[in-house]
Ligand binder design. Structure first.
Ligand code: SAH
Length: 234
């Protein structure tokens, strides 16, 4: 029989990277392997759940369109409850947990409840999208990256122009960065909105604004091997 009050487990707030199952840190892999319970979001590549021990409890807590949403409060409480049951809990999030990932909110809740935690960083989607589209993130004139913006790209582009950016400023939109189905469209602040519509770009996608986008043509290494890549993954 289990003791009534086991030693509480620890919670690992862990970045699962941008999608490719090889773009996780060794630490992320190690904590998945030691987990008793995994709570995962919808941008997490589910192949990585196979690294877990047999019989591990795997709970999907992501938000999907047209589905009832598990609230943040519920997720927070589950993490605490599972840890109090003595379980090692891995809270898996797409990209990095501290970038639009509510990682800090979850950590604060765990702290309030006296639960030990660790934050395992992940490759954020902007860095992966940059690498896999051949676009560096830095340049002396500045680069701006928008997460969660593709649905409002027209508005974002016109605000940037109103704020003084040249209409010629280059823009790239990277959908499904690092994944075999990655799509990249480029344009400038006046054309990008139509380009996105014409290419039928959806989520998840990042918007990269700046002269750095010019490197895409030159170092676009991933495009030509995406198909083989798909087979490697399959
Ligand atoms: N914590 C995540 C971001 C979560 S917010 C990270 O560090 O990447 C969700 C947004 O991330 C999406 O709307 C999209 O803008 C971006 N995103 C996540 N995965 C992506 C991917 N593979 N390709 C492009 N954008 C991605």
């Amino acid at each position: 029989m289990k003791p009534a009050n086991p030693q509480p487990g620890k919670v690992y707030i862990t970045g699962a990277g941008p999608g490719d199952s090889q773009l996780l840190t060794l630490r992320a892999k190690a904590v998945i392997e030691l987990a008793d319970t995994i709570l995962f979001d919808n941008l997490v590549n589910q192949d990585i759940l196979d690294w877990a021990k047999p019989g591990v409890e795997k709970i999907f807590v992501g938000k999907l369109p047209y589905c009832s949403v598990i609230t943040q409060e519920t997720i927070n409480q589950w993490m605490v409850d599972k840890a109090l049951e003595g379980k090692q809990v891995v809270r898996l999030k797409g990209g990095d947990p501290m970038i639009f990932g509510r990682g800090a909110e979850e950590a604060a809740f765990l702290k309030e409840n006296g639960i030990e935690f660790e934050i395992v960083p992940g490759v954020t989607s902007a860095l992966a999208a940059g690498a896999y589209s051949g676009i560096p993130m830095t340049h002396r004139d500045g680069t701006i990256v928008f997460y969660m913006g593709v649905k409002n790209i027209g508005e974002i582009a016109s605000h940037l122009v109103n704020a003084g950016k040249s209409v010629e400023t280059l823009v790239a939109v990277v959908e499904n960065g690092s994944l075999p189905q990655q799509k990249v469209v480029t344009g400038n602040l006046t054309t990008i909105s139509q380009e996105v519509e014409a290419a039928n770009i959806g989520t998840p996608a990042l918007i990269i604004v700046g002269e750095v986008v010019k490197y895409h043509q030159e170092i676009n290494w991933f495009n030509s091997i995406q198909e083989q890549y798909q087979q490697r993954i399959a």
